[in-house]
Write a protein that binds this ligand. Structure first.
Ligand code: 6GU
Length: 239
């Protein structure tokens, strides 16, 4: 999978993604990361890429031409039009199913805005998907692009070494995960739940399922509507 990122801050993207699991996958050649500095397409010697908004108002707007030039350089390299995601609070909210869909592409372009946004005309020309990562406002699209790339990356074959990791996903968006414990058995007076030390696999699975249901009811009751609960579990979360 090849990720292209159009940004004024390529070092932010590079530093973030050349780390940990995504970093290793890039080194192994399973993922590829190509950052393009929009400023390199400024078309003036000062590298200026923004200007005042028509109609007035606060802040600056990123101009169409530098963004278009940066996008075109990628399109020419790829030899075809590519799915192009603009990170914006005005987009559709990102979710796991969307990540699964994007993970089926073999090349994706991410466009990161700054200031008060990007000239609407270039967005209409090149963007295929408008995506937000949640209802809060960030200073730019770089962190959201990294969030999306990280989420998509772990769905790509070979990025996680763990073969069962893909199967957890399917239920990840309907119930929260159960709590995990490792050594020591007692830490600062807090013991590991005895069932986890029992060696009784069926009881462990039963306990984990119950913990998932209880946690979801406590912290994300909205998810329970989609979750496939038994009658016993429904009674448990009511009472
Ligand atoms: Cl995609 N961009 C910005 N600037 N803020 C956000 C966002 C995106 N998603 C949530 N907040």
């Amino acid at each position: 999978m090849k990720f292209h990122v159009l940004t004024l801050f390529p070092e932010m993207i590079e530093n973030g993604l050349h780390t940990s699991i995504t970093g290793r996958a890039i080194e192994k050649g399973i993922l590829s990361l190509n950052t393009v500095n929009i400023r390199d397409f400024a078309g003036n010697k000062h590298g200026k890429v923004d200007d005042y908004p028509y109609g007035g108002g606060a802040g600056m707007v990123m101009q169409a031409e530098p963004v278009y030039g940066a996008y075109k350089s990628i399109e020419e390299q790829a030899g075809r039009k590519l799915r192009t995601i603009y990170l914006t609070p005005q987009g559709q909210t990102f979710h796991q199913k969307m990540a699964e869909e994007f993970s089926r592409e073999d090349e994706l372009v991410f466009l990161c805005g700054h200031y008060e946004g990007i000239d609407e005309r270039v967005l209409q020309e090149i963007v295929t998907d408008f995506v937000s990562i949640g209802d809060y406002v960030l200073t730019g699209g770089e962190l959201p692009a990294m969030v999306m790339i990280d989420t998509i990356s772990r769905l790509v074959e070979g990025v996680l070494n763990n073969e069962s990791s893909a199967e957890t996903e399917s239920f990840q968006d309907s119930l929260l995960e159960y709590p995990q414990y490792s050594r020591p058995e007692v830490w600062r007076g807090r013991a590991v739940p005895p069932v986890l030390l029992s060696g009784h696999h069926a009881n462990v699975e039963k306990w984990r399922r119950e913990q998932s249901v209880l946690r979801t009811a406590r912290w994300r009751p909205d998810l329970l509507e989609k979750a496939d609960l038994t009658e016993k579990e429904k009674a448990m979360v009511k009472g």
